[in-house]
Write a protein that binds this ligand. Structure first.
Ligand code: SIN
Length: 271
């Protein structure tokens, strides 16, 4: 195991995920994931079935509802800017994305997301991961008092504009209110569970106070000291914990191909 950064992340070396994973190794990887929040294995050559089998060691994979981005296995979705007949073959196709956590607009968000890199641009398209435990722990005591016990509304309406945060929720956009501070069910640690892309308002505060407090929280949680920036190589497989991290993506050229396979793992209702 090699740490990836002071903020979070560990690389696991010497494992070929095409081989069956025994219970002891699976437990060691789960422990590493809980401790480091993000785990990475490099140089893998995985079919969709290999990737799903690995994901299943951490919990049941979620079925994908956006069928146009599914190729063979129903739990595997493409994330890609590659176009066929003018249409992207994957979700989240282009460029930069602000910090967010997957499916925080749903009652039961994914606990884990796993990306396998097949083609990557020569520059950019990196994924940034921020440690939400540290972000909570390093908040000043008066801000902790202001957010503890509060809920915030998260919405999904960024199909293409994943760089613009809106304070309102358009009619019909799926949304759900979750605790601003959630407790991880496995580690018992508290994590700051808001993000710039999807969190719209803190319930029970007037709009101006909510916006000011959220801006303070976003600026705080996105500080470099909490972040690991992953520069992808083909053959990387990386799994992050949506309960205690948030992630963003750096810009990349529309003229270069980026092709990733994603599996998400079902989680629990945040408390
Ligand atoms: C995502 O937000 O799930 C995609 C991240 C990425 O494409 O790097």
């Amino acid at each position: 195991m090699r740490p990836l950064s002071p903020a979070l992340g560990a690389e696991i070396v010497g494992v070929d995920l095409r081989d069956a994973i025994g219970d002891a190794l699976a437990k060691a990887m789960l422990d590493a994931w809980h401790q480091h929040l993000v785990i990475l294995l490099r140089g893998q050559q995985l079919t969709e079935d290999d990737q799903v089998r690995f994901a299943e060691r951490f919990g049941p994979p979620a079925k994908i509802h956006t069928k146009q981005f599914v190729r063979s296995h129903p739990a595997v979705m493409l994330i890609s800017n590659v176009r066929e007949n003018g249409q992207p073959i994957g979700a989240l196709p282009d460029g930069e994305m602000q910090f967010h956590t997957d499916q925080c607009h749903q009652e039961i968000p994914a606990k884990a997301s796993m990306l396998y890199a097949i083609e990557v641009p020569s520059v950019g398209g990196n994924t940034l991961f921020a440690n939400a435990y540290l972000a909570y722990e390093m908040l000043p005591a008066d801000i902790k008092r202001r957010v503890d016990g509060r809920k915030a509304l998260n919405a999904y309406d960024y199909d293409t504009a994943a760089t613009i945060r809106k304070a309102d929720v358009p009619a019909g956009a799926p949304c759900y209110a979750h605790p601003v501070v959630r407790t991880h069910p496995a580690t018992g640690r508290k994590a700051l569970y808001v993000n710039r892309l999807m969190t719209r308002r803190i319930e029970g505060l007037d709009p101006q106070e909510s916006e000011e407090l959220l801006t303070l929280l976003f600026d705080h949680q996105e500080q470099p000291q909490f972040i690991y920036e992953h520069v992808w190589r083909p053959g990387d497989i990386l799994m992050w914990d949506n309960r205690c991290t948030l992630h963003a993506r750096t810009d990349f050229s529309a003229g270069e191909r980026r092709l990733m396979r994603r599996v998400t793992i079902l989680g629990e209702k945040p408390v």
